[in-house]
Design a protein around this ligand. Structure first.
Ligand SMILES: C[S@@+](CC[C@H](N)C(=O)[O-])C[C@H]1O[C@@H](n2cnc3c(N)ncnc32)[C@H](O)[C@@H]1O
Length: 464
């Protein structure tokens, strides 16, 4: 019943499901007329009458605002034992329609059991954002390879792992956004590997906030047989792994943890620990497993990802690198600091404070040049020396500088100052978590933003 836009929305789904449909309404939308002309449905131009509902119908839908019609439809349907749905009248429904996410042939249905269709639609919107538009192409790829996979990978577990890997791979991207033929070739290569070797994926977990991981990184976690992680990767991300995943904690201790624990003597060096990590990665991959190495920030920014890649390559093991948001970018954005800014900073450098401690040859005059931003990783231990050296090399002692501790996490702390006073303020605050230091005029921007907001609210209150 009904011939307007609401009816049309329902009709589109029913037509797609190839249902036999009759529309009863005094007037119908031109689009409904077109469906009739295409032979998809029939129309009876009439007001509702109870005898229209006969027991051979499967479903009756009332999609009209006309007063009392839904009640009459409901009574008639109940009398004939036919399923009924009256739009926006949950109490007059024996059937409800979920909100649908259509990535044909993948369909996702969201229902609030009739309590709040609006909430269902919102949930649908959230899910929509996460599902690639061309998801249906993936189902197409799976359909094409299904029987070949069954023959080549007789074990159910191997097939499951293979498909998980395919859906998180370049083959999936090819299928969804490129060409199906290229996707098939890529997936066939993976099939050949799946019957023999394992692989390694280095995934950037982002600086802390688990939502800063990439979708690709998340999919890799979901398909891992073995998940190796360290203390910088947020533990919340481990929740996305399969239930049967093997978790390996390869957390390295920094110098401050060693100091806190009293002695550094028995602790293996970072290099020894890195060699052990490389070894474990290789051993697991050689067992034919998909090993995901979850690394804080980006794997290739002060993350020793390059060493892991080289070690795996030496053994002929395939490695995929999935980038992450590095601490500098995540931290700066969350603190409202643009790392480059017109007329203020034309370049940005990422450097490590470790080199200061270890007396590595550093070109201080180069680092101290104006109109550039310096981001210093692992600089907390040597902060006094680092900032002093920059001043000695010519950067003004009033240059803004900030230390960001646990950036992007709920327990973050920000200490703002200048090259002259930042180190003292940081010690006063008792900062001891993972931290970066940002040096340059851009570190003064949050204060300017604050001032402008304050000024704008004064103006707003005086003009009103
Ligand atoms: C071994 S490096 C790893 C860097 C990582 N690969 C990246 O791209 O951010 C570890 C250092 O990164 C910095 N760092 C990592 N996460 C951080 C965070 N959430 N807040 C501040 N600094 C962080 C600290 O300087 C820490 O000592």
């Amino acid at each position: 019943m009904g011939g307007g836009q609401t009816a049309l929305r329902k009709l589109r789904w029913l037509v797609r499901a190839e249902a036999k449909i009759k529309v009863i309404a005094p007037e119908v939308d031109p689009e409904i007329q077109k469906l009739r002309d295409a032979g998809k449905l029939t129309i009876e131009k009439s007001l509702f009458y109870p005898d229209a509902v006969t027991s051979n119908l499967v479903l009756v839908i009332s999609a009209t605002d006309a007063p009392n019609v839904s009640e009459e439809v409901f009574v008639a349907a109940m009398a004939q034992g036919v399923l009924v749905n009256c739009v926006d009248r949950t109490e007059l429904c024996t059937v409800i329609f979920p909100a649908i996410i259509d990535r044909f042939p993948i369909l996702v249905a969201v229902s609030s059991m009739g309590r709040s269709p609006t909430l269902s639609r919102s949930v649908r919107g959230w899910i929509e954002l996460r599902l690639p538009n061309a998801l249906g192409q993936l189902a197409e790829l799976a359909g094409r390879l299904r029987s070949e996979v069954k023959t080549k990978l007789p074990s159910v577990d191997a097939r499951k792992a293979f498909w998980e890997e395919v859906f998180a791979s370049k083959a999936a991207d090819e299928a969804m956004y490129g060409s199906m033929d290229a996707a098939v070739v890529e997936a066939e290569k993976m099939m050949a590997r799946a019957s023999s070797d394992g692989s390694i994926v280095l995934v950037g977990a982002g600086p802390g906030d688990p939502e800063l991981i990439t979708l690709k990184g998340l999919r890799a976690i979901q398909s891992a047989d073995v998940l190796m992680y360290d203390k910088l990767a947020n533990p919340a991300l481990l929740e996305y792994a399969r239930r049967d995943v093997e978790l390996i904690d390869v957390g390295k201790k920094g110098p401050r943890e060693a100091v806190k624990e009293g002695s550094d003597a028995a602790r293996p060096s970072g290099t020894t620990m890195q060699q052990e990590i490389n070894q474990t990665l290789i051993e697991q991959a050689l067992k034919g497993k998909k090993v995901v190495r979850l690394k804080g920030g980006d794997p290739f920014i002060f993350g020793r990802g390059g060493e892991e890649l080289l070690a795996a390559a030496e053994q002929g093991i395939a490695v995929e690198i999935i980038p992450g948001i590095t601490a500098a970018m995540g931290g700066a954005s969350y603190a409202g600091i643009p790392l480059t800014h017109r007329h203020m900073s034309q370049s940005v450098r990422f450097v490590t404070g470790h080199s200061v401690e270890h007396g590595v040859n550093i070109d201080w005059p180069e680092l101290a040049k104006p109109e550039q931003t310096l981001v210093i990783y692992m600089g907390l231990v040597g902060i006094e020396k680092i900032l002093q050296r920059l001043v000695d090399a010519g950067r003004g002692d009033k240059t803004p500088a900030v230390l960001l501790e646990n950036a992007t996490l709920p327990n973050h702390r920000e200490v703002f100052g200048t090259l002259e006073d930042l180190a003292g303020k940081v010690r006063e605050e008792g900062i001891d978590g993972p931290s970066i230091i940002i040096v340059g005029e851009v570190a003064g921007i949050p204060a300017q933003v604050h001032e402008r907001y304050a000024a704008s609210s004064i103006e707003a209150s005086t003009s009103s």
